[in-house]
Design a protein around this ligand. Structure first.
Ligand code: ADP
Length: 650
C-alpha cells in the first residue's frame, strides 16, 4: 500500500522507510508538517506515519487536519513519539490517530505494530467497500422507486401504513409521510378499504400474492388503481407485513371501457344488419314465392302453346331474378360474417350429376363440348360437408365458362391432392376455350361487384358477385380459388377444398323421376288432412293449390293462433307452418301445438323465406321436424311431404 511518512530525523526516516519497503509498501517521505499535509491532499494514502515533533506544524495538527478532510476517515494514522509522559497517548488518540510508535524503535515491536496496522487498514478498506456498495445499492433502489410511476408501501394486517418507500408523489392528495400510522379505513372510502383488507387477509391465509382493483374519486376525477399485494417474509415479533404496489390503471380502464362501448355498438350494428337481412330475405322471397307459385299453377292449367311459351319465359325470368336475390343475400351474409356451412353426408358424384343436369342443356344450346376428366375414385367418395354450397361454386364457375365461351369446350377436372383416413384435399378445375381474361383484370374479379368489362356497352350480363361468393365459400372449406387465363385462348378457374370423409354407410338419397312425387302423393296419400298456416293471401293460394292438386285436404290458418285453435279441434297428418305471421308466429305456435295431447309426434314442417341457417335451427329447437325454403319448389315440397307422411305410417 501507499504509505506517507512524515519524519524530520533522516536516520529515523531511513530506518522506517527500509522496514516499510521490506514489508512491500511504497513509501513517500517528507520532512515537515506542511509538506506532509500538502502531500496527503494530493494523493490518497491508506497509511500515514507522522512524527509528533516536526518543523512548522506538528504531527498532531497534521493528524487533526487529515481527520477533518472528507477522505481522512479512510486512512490509518500512526504517530511517532519519544514522549512517554502520562497523557501523551491520550493526546495522540484525541488528535484522531489510531496508534503510536515509540522512539527509539525496537524493530521486532515495530514490525508487530505495523502488522496490526496493516491488518486494520485491510479491514478498513473492506468495510469501506461494503459500505459504499450498500450506499450505492440504496441509492439505486431509491432512484428506482423515485422513477416508478406507481406507489409502493408497506401495510400490516389491519391495513395500517408502515412505510411509504413510495415515490415523492402524493397519494390521495396527502403527502406520503402523513399517511404513516393511519389505516386504509382512515384514507380510503369504505368499499375500497374493505377490498384492500380482504386482499390482505387472503394473502395472509394463502401465503400467495394477491391482486385487486379499487375505484377512487381523486381530485383529477374517477380513478382506478390496481393493487399487487405480496407477503413480506414473516418476522414473528412484527406480525404479518405486506408490500403493496399500487398502479394507476385509469388510462387502461378508460381504454377498456371505450373498447367495450365500441364493441357493443358494433354488435348492435351487426344485429341490426342481421335483422335487416332476415327481413329483406323475407320481403324478397315472399313475393317471389307468389310469382313463381302462380306461374306454376298457370302452367298446370294452360293448354294454349303461346301461353305455355310465355309462362315458361316468365318462369325463366323469375328464376334469374331469384338467382340474383340469392347472390345479393349471400354477399350480404358474407359481409356480416354470417355465412356458415352445413355438415351433412353426401356423395361427390351426386353433386356432379346435379351440376350436369343444370348445365348440359345450355352447353348443347351453344354447341359446346362438355368434357369430364375425373380421378376415378372421386365420384364414389362420400364426404361430410355442404353439398349445396360445393355445388354452388361449381355452378358459378361452369356457368361463367358457358357464358364467356362461344366455340370449343368446357372441361371439368377433379384430382385428389391428398387422401388421408380422415379427409381429402380436392382440386377441381373448370377450363374453357373462351374469351380469356387480361392479366391486369384477373385479380380484381374475385372482389365483389367487379367484372372484366365494366363499360355501359358490356355484352355479358351478371352481377359480378359469383366469384366473390365462390372465393369465400372455398375459403370456408379450407381451400383456395384462382385463375390461369390467356386472352383469346381461354381460362381455367381452379379451386381446392378440404372435405372430411364420411363413414356413414352409403345411403342413396331417394330420387324421383320428374312429376313422380306428385303422382305418388296423389295415389298414396289422397284425402290426407293437413294444416297449412300461412298469412300472405297469394302464398295461401299457391300453397293450397299445390297441396290440393296432389290430392291432400287442406285446412288453412291465417296466423299461429288460428293454427293452434285448429290443431286443438282436429287431428292432422302433418302441419306446414309459416315462420313470420301476425298474432302468433310459427315458432310460438309450434311450441304450443307440441304441448297439446296427441300432437307430440305430428310432423310440423317450417315454410320459411328467411335467409339464415340459424333460422332453421330456431325451427328445430321449437320442435319442428323439417324446413322448406321459399320460394317453394313444387317437386321438393312433394318429396318432403311423402318422406314425412311415410314416416308417420311406419
Ligand atoms: P358475373 O359473371 O355475374 O359478372 P362473377 O363474379 O362470376 O360475376 O365474374 C366476374 C367477372 O369475371 C365476369 O363479369 C367476367 O368479366 C369475368 N369472368 C369470370 N369467369 C370468366 C370466364 N370463364 N372467362 C372469361 N371471363 C370470366
Amino acid at each position: 500500500m501507499d504509505v506517507l511518512l512524515v519524519e524530520d530525523d533522516p536516520e529515523m526516516s531511513a530506518l522506517l522507510q527500509a522496514v516499510l519497503e521490506s514489508r512491500g509498501h511504497t513509501v513517500t517521505t517528507v520532512a515537515d508538517g506542511e509538506s506532509g499535509w500538502a502531500c496527503y491532499l494530493s494523493q490518497h494514502f491508506p497509511m500515514v506515519i507522522l512524527d509528533w515533533l516536526l518543523p512548522g506544524i506538528d504531527g498532531l495538527e497534521v493528524c487533526r487536519r487529515i481527520r477533518c478532510c472528507p477522505k481522512g476517515a479512510s486512512s490509518l494514522i500512526l504517530v511517532i513519539t519519544v514522549r512517554t509522559k502520562p497523557g501523551d497517548l491520550g493526546k495522540v488518540l484525541a488528535a484522531g490517530a489510531d496508534d503510536y510508535l515509540a522512539k527509539p524503535v525496537d524493530e521486532p515491536l515495530l514490525n508487530i505494530r505495523l502488522e496490526i496496522a496493516e491488518q486494520r487498514v485491510k479491514n478498513l478498506i473492506s468495510l469501506q467497500s461494503h459500505e459504499s456498495e450498500a450506499v450505492e445499492a440504496k441509492n439505486r433502489l431509491s432512484a428506482t422507486i423515485d422513477a416508478l410511476p406507481d406507489l409502493l408501501f408497506e401495510l400490516d394486517l389491519d391495513g395500517r401504513y408502515l412505510d411509504y418507500r413510495s415515490s415523492r408523489r402524493e397519494l390521495l392528495a396527502a403527502p406520503a409521510e402523513a399517511m404513516i400510522g393511519k389505516t386504509v379505513h382512515d384514507v380510503l372510502p369504505p368499499k375500497a378499504a374493505n377490498t384492500v383488507i380482504s386482499a390482505l387477509q387472503e394473502a395472509h391465509q394463502t401465503g400467495r400474492s394477491q391482486g385487486s382493483q379499487i375505484e377512487l374519486q381523486v381530485p383529477q376525477g374517477q380513478s382506478w388503481f390496481e393493487l399487487s399485494i405480496a407477503c413480506k417474509p414473516d418476522k414473528a415479533e412484527l406480525g404479518p407485513r405486506f408490500i403493496v404496489l399500487s398502479r394507476d390503471i385509469t388510462g387502461r380502464k378508460k381504454t377498456e371501457a371505450a373498447l367495450a362501448a365500441a364493441k357493443q355498438a358494433a354488435e348492435a350494428a351487426s344485429r341490426a344488419k342481421s335483422t335487416f337481412l332476415a327481413n329483406m330475405s323475407h320481403e324478397l322471397r315472399t313475393p317471389m314465392n307468389g310469382v313463381m307459385g302462380m306461374i306454376d299453377l298457370a302452367l298446370r292449367r294452360a293448354t294454349d302453346p303461346q301461353q305455355i311459351d310465355w309462362l315458361n319465359k316468365s318462369k325463366g325470368s323469375a328464376l334469374r331474378l331469384l338467382a340474383v336475390i340469392n347472390d345479393i343475400l349471400d354477399i350480404s351474409k358474407i359481409e356480416a360474417d354470417r355465412l356458415t356451412l352445413e355438415t351433412i353426408h353426401f356423395k361427390f358424384g351426386e353433386v356432379l350429376e346435379n351440376l350436369f343436369s343444370l348445365v348440359s342443356h345450355k352447353a348443347a344450346e351453344k354447341q359446346l363440348k362438355l368434357l369430364v376428366d375425373l380421378d376415378p375414385a372421386v365420384p364414389h367418395l362420400t364426404f361430410l360437408g355442404d353439398p349445396l354450397r360445393l355445388g354452388q361454386i361449381l355452378i358459378n364457375l361452369t356457368g361463367n365458362a358457358l357464358k364467356f365461351t362461344d366455340h370449343g369446350s368446357i372441361t371439368l377436372r377433379a384430382r385428389l391432392l391428398e387422401d388421408n383416413p380422415e379427409g381429402v384435399l380436392l382440386r377441381i378445375e373448370v377450363a374453357d376455350t373462351g374469351l380469356g381474361i387480361a392479366p391486369e383484370d384477373q385479380k380484381r374479379l374475385f372482389t365483389a361487384f367487379e367484372q372484366a368489362d365494366d363499360s355501359m356497352t358490356r355484352k355479358y350480363g351478371g352481377t359480378g358477385l359469383g366469384l366473390a361468393i365462390s372465393k369465400r365459400l372455398v375459403q370456408l372449406m379450407g381451400g383456395e380459388l384462382g385463375v390461369n387465363s390467356t386472352p383469346g385462348q381461354g381460362s381455367t378457374f381452379w379451386f381446392t377444398v378440404r372435405l372430411m370423409k364420411s363413414n356413414e354407410a352409403d345411403q342413396p338419397a331417394p330420387t324421383f323421376a320428374q312429376g313422380s312425387a306428385e303422382t305418388r302423393l296423389r295415389s298414396e296419400f289422397a284425402g290426407t288432412r293437413i294444416l297449412l298456416a300461412e298469412d300472405e293471401p297469394i302464398n295461401q293460394e299457391v300453397s293450397r293449390d299445390l297441396l290440393e292438386h296432389a290430392g291432400l285436404v287442406v285446412d288453412l290458418a291465417e296466423d299461429g293462433q288460428q293454427a293452434l285453435d285448429l290443431a286443438k279441434q282436429n287431428s292432422y297428418a302433418l302441419i306446414l307452418m309459416d315462420m313470420q305471421m301476425p298474432v302468433m308466429n310459427g315458432v310460438d305456435a309450434t311450441r304450443a301445438i307440441r304441448a297439446l295431447p296427441g300432437c307430440a309426434q305430428t310432423p310440423i314442417l317450417a315454410m320459411t323465406a328467411n335467409a339464415y341457417d340459424e333460422d332453421r335451427q330456431v325451427c328445430i329447437d321449437a320442435g319442428m321436424n323439417d324446413h322448406i325454403a321459399k320460394p317453394v319448389d313444387p317437386d321438393k315440397l312433394y318429396e318432403t311431404l311423402i318422406g314425412w307422411l311415410e314416416k308417420r305410417g311406419d
